[in-house]
Design a protein around this ligand. Structure first.
Ligand SMILES: [Zn+2]
Length: 407
């Protein structure tokens, strides 16, 4: 293990072996087939020893062995430490929510309390028509904006085409890039991008829960362009294929890359669709396709702006639930109150939190961090430059602490 490439290879093999202990851990792998572990599991104690050995070897690399790739090594080291923390977690070590955020995602997110969200609810209450309890009233109101199931494919295709068109104005995509969309059931998530290598993704949409009209652009940009599909394609092409950096042939779900993956996928929605342009596209193109009354768009998007201010409520609930401060029923109550979910959706979200725990912070804090980081990189107010810096970040990724303290 005397070069950075050896460290990278050991990291990939370690990750694949951790994946033998947790089926969700390895989200994508398109590296050498012969590196896949045999069905024989390596014990967690042995994996921990392996991780510590690789970390020590990384720390001992000299300048010649690093070969001018210090930033690459820093990124890799943060990932190795996160892998070690995840091995400990699998072995039963308990971390509180905030420590887990730091250990796995390399950040401790900003926190907000109920008083903060209560003020946002007052704002929302004033916008939603009718009288009575807000959750029920809001859910009744937004039911007018559900995409009918038989229109889902058509609306989603239109959103994807537009997201792709806007992205292509700023980057040449690999000529073979492609993905399929599949409608599925019984999942804790609403949509998922499974990157399969060679610039191909399978995007799955969970149709058990209603898909509101704004979700079409959200999902098209987040899962597709310029979100996960583009991000994975760039890592695969630019870093794994062109530079031979093998650590980018694997993507560990419970690790620092997820903060950038989810954060950039969420912020990418704004990059591809600045708010006013987005409203116009949805109102004039998607509303008619879905058979929704265009005259209702303006107020609806006002409610969406306010709703977005509640996104950190998810973290508050997850933190209290993971740290055993509240019961499952209390968590569902809080999700209904502050995320405005109906009961069924709140239960689904709690299942997501139970499985993925502190991962929830990658969506909202990740998004804010990517936005703030890019603001430090863009020197004038040009949207073209924002696109450029966004793509630079995707093709040469940074962990949370690196984005928090840009050099
Ligand atoms: Zn995502």
């Amino acid at each position: 293990m005397n070069t950075i490439n050896h460290i990278a290879e050991s990291y990939v093999k370690l990750s694949l072996n951790i994946g033998q202990h947790c089926e969700y851990y390895v989200d994508a792998y398109y590296g050498p087939e012969q590196w896949r572990p045999s069905t024989q599991k390596i014990t967690l104690a042995q994996l921990k020893e392996n991780a510590l050995t690789i970390i020590s070897a990384a720390e001992l690399l000299n300048d010649v062995q690093i070969n001018g790739q210090q930033a690459r090594l820093d990124y890799l080291t943060v990932h190795l430490r996160a892998s070690l923390a995840y091995i400990d977690k699998l072995a039963g070590v308990k971390l509180d929510f905030r420590s887990e955020c730091k250990a796995l995602y390399d950040v401790v997110p900003t926190e907000y309390d109920e008083a903060h969200f209560d003020r946002v609810l007052i704002e929302l209450d004033a916008l939603v028509p009718g009288k009575g309890e807000l959750n029920q009233r809001f859910n009744e109101y937004r039911s007018e904006f559900i995409i009918p199931k038989d229109k889902l494919s058509e609306v989603f295709d239109a959103a994807i085409n537009e997201a792709r068109r806007r992205t292509l104005q700023n980057i040449d995509l690999p000529t073979n890039e492609n993905f399929d969309v599949e409608l599925v059931h019984d999942q804790v998530w609403t949509a998922y991008n499974w990157y399969k290598g060679e610039s191909y993704s399978l995007i799955q949409l969970n149709t058990d829960i209603p898909i509101y009209i704004e979700r079409a652009v959200d999902l098209a940009a987040h899962e597709g362009y310029p979100g996960h599909h583009l991000f994975n394609s760039l890592l695969d092409k630019e870093l794994y294929n062109d530079r031979g950096w093998v650590e980018y042939s694997i993507y560990n779900l419970y690790g620092p890359t997820s903060l950038l993956a989810e954060g950039s996928a969420n912020y990418g929605i704004e990059v591809a669709f600045p708010w006013q342009q987005r409203i116009i596209f949805e109102r004039d193109t998607l509303f008619p396709l879905a058979g929704i009354d265009q005259s209702k768009a303006e107020v609806y998007y006002q409610t969406q702006t306010v709703l977005h201010k509640l996104s950190y409520a998810d973290n508050m609930v997850a933190q209290r639930y993971i740290d055993n401060e509240i019961t499952a029923e209390q968590a569902i109550g809080l999700l209904m109150k502050y995320s405005l979910f109906n009961e069924e959706r709140a239960r689904q979200r709690l299942s997501f939190i139970e499985r993925n725990r502190s991962y929830v912070i990658t969506y909202n804090y990740g998004q804010d961090l990517v936005r703030d980081y890019l603001a430090t990189q863009v020197t004038n107010d040009s949207h073209k430059e924002l696109w450029l810096e966004y793509l630079v970040l995707l093709a040469l990724p940074k962990t949370g602490s690196m984005m928090e303290k840009p050099t």
